[in-house]
Ligand binder design. Structure first.
Ligand code: DGL
Length: 276
């Protein structure tokens, strides 16, 4: 049974989870969900046609997310939808819940755990420029800062760098270092010790962030917490034996390049499905 949407699952019925992002970043959430719910049927949907979401005006983005998710619900009949995108969740989650009856799990900046863990009392939130300016994010800080100073850092190009790296064309160290540098603040006797990865693309670059960091910090990736929430909402033990392979779908209908497909195999995908 799902919270807020009572229905009965038979043990033989595998549930379907739709994981959605503007691009490949949501794969960092998808892999955690696949680990906690190996018995679920999964569909990963990337809106590559409109990537990056960080550059889209708010009204257009709400309309786009409602349209793409509406189409995907009709086609894939998910029991749960995970919006694995901070830029979309911080803006459109309320409209999605008001429009569709299927339950949604969103991805929003992990301000609460970051501020609870920080010892220095200075935390940075690294997200798209859209996410860090959203009222949703500011409200999280008002509610959960827990006495910490929180520095908001909007990155213009990191999501694109993450996609490029996944496609075999990594950005240079200097380009990545310039994007993360403003996260490292040493002011008023407090030095940043915790950085929230507030865009699901960024964990794809985490090794590079660690190597280029001005000093060691704790990086907070919300994906494991999102997967735990999914497991709470779908407590159905199903046999993975007869499951189809996870589906990977691009809204453009394009087929992934050979390089991308090779990377996707690491996440359990065997081929891309043509229609969103
Ligand atoms: N992965 C997305 C997020 O979590 C956004 C990247 C983009 O499309 O700009 O915010």
């Amino acid at each position: 049974m799902l919270a807020g949407n009572p229905r009965i699952f038979l043990m033989a019925d595998p549930v379907t989870i739709l994981v959605f992002d503007s691009g490949l970043g949501g794969l960092t959430v998808f892999r955690e969900i696949a680990a906690v719910r190996p018995g679920a049927r999964t569909v990963y949907l990337a809106d590559d046609e409109r990537f990056p979401y960080g550059d889209i005006a708010e009204a257009d983005l709400i309309a786009r997310v409602l349209e793409v998710i509406g189409r995907a619900i009709k086609r894939h009949h998910p029991d749960l939808v995970v919006i694995a995108c901070n830029t979309a969740s911080t803006l459109a989650l309320r409209e999605l819940r008001a429009t569709f009856t299927v339950p949604f799990v969103g991805t929003v900046p992990a301000v609460k755990p970051a501020c609870a863990q920080s010892k220095s009392g200075r935390v940075s939130v690294l997200g798209t420029r859209a996410t860090v300016t959203r009222e949703y994010t500011r409200a999280l800080i008002r509610e959960f800062a827990n006495g910490c100073e929180v520095d908001l850092v909007g990155a213009a190009r990191l999501a694109t760098f993450a996609e490029a790296q996944f496609n075999g064309a990594p950005a240079s160290d200097a380009e990545i270092a310039a994007e993360i540098a403003p996260c490292f603040v040493d002011r008023d006797g407090r030095r940043t010790d915790t950085i929230v990865l507030a865009c699901t693309h960024y964990p794809l670059l985490l090794d590079r962030f660690r190597a280029l960091a001005a000093w060691p910090v704790n990086w907070i990736d919300p994906a494991p917490a999102i997967a735990r929430r999914v497991a709470e909402l779908l407590p159905v033990p199903a046999s993975p034996d007869a499951l189809p392979a996870p589906q990977f779908v691009l809204t453009s209908g394009r087929q992934p390049s050979g390089t991308l497909m090779a990377a996707l195999r690491g996440f359990g995908f065997v081929a891309a499905t043509e229609n969103a």
